[in-house]
Write a new protein. Structure first.
Length: 235
């Protein structure tokens, strides 16, 4: 991410007292594309590195290895995934770089649509997979500025986000899904929610804290045997 930001084109929004950079490269989208390339690369291909190519209107991210049998590009867009490198995937998930299996590609396409960018492209070229991310032009930069504070923070990352730009993508959706799961399964604990939502216990505990801080849920019972319930005033 530091490399991308170093070479990214950007504009400046002077509408407020403090200058705010607006990136022509959607950093959050690129982050997901790079993680996808690292996790799904075929490392048995010697001398076939992951490539990131900067062009005037787009960035191309290539990784060695074609799609696994039974998986199509349309499947990827719909959130389906097959894991080639289980150890790498598990490590990235434990580091909270992957929220849920298969959601990364879907977020890439949803993010581009939200920013009114041309739809990203996924193509198989020889024994490689290439994802093409198109850059924002001047008009689109103006649209990004006016997305609103939350969306602009997520998709047009300011300087101080560094390598963590976009790490929280999908968190709000996860919190909402967790709340619904607690409501449907009162009295359960973090491991149960982790298994049902397909994310780490660490993520679940962070989301539980958010819900407790917002006074939407509460923990009842002994520390080792109790569980989480939706507060009566939130039912």
């Amino acid at each position: 991410m530091l490399f991308l930001k170093k070479h990214a084109m950007r504009g400046a929004d002077f509408s407020e007292i403090r200058r705010k950079d607006v990136w022509s490269i959607p950093l959050n989208i690129l982050r997901e594309a790079i993680i996808n390339a690292i996790v799904h690369a075929d490392y048995s291909q010697r001398g076939a590195p992951i490539r990131i190519v900067f062009l005037d209107d787009r960035i191309e991210i290539e990784n060695p290895g074609i799609l696994l049998p039974g998986l199509t590009i349309e499947d990827m867009k719909q959130g389906m995934s097959k894991i080639r490198n289980h150890v790498i995937a598990r490590l990235f998930r434990e580091l909270d770089l992957i929220e849920q299996w298969g959601t990364g590609v879907r977020r890439i396409f949803e993010g581009a649509k939200q920013l009114r960018l041309p739809e990203p492209e996924i193509t198989e070229i020889g024994m490689r997979v290439r994802m093409t991310i198109y850059l924002a032009d001047t008009i689109q930069l103006e649209q990004i500025k006016h997305l609103g504070d939350q969306e602009a923070h997520e998709f047009a990352a300011p300087d101080n986000e560094g390598v963590n730009a976009g790490v929280n993508a999908g968190v709000n959706e996860g919190v909402n899904n967790l709340f619904a799961l607690i409501k449907a399964n009162p009295g359960k604990r973090a491991p149960f929610f982790s298994q049902r939502l397909g994310t780490s216990v660490k993520n679940i505990e962070r989301w539980l804290k958010q819900l407790k801080d917002r006074e939407e849920i509460e923990f009842r019972g002994a520390p080792k045997t109790g569980g989480y319930f939706v507060r009566q005033d939130n039912k």
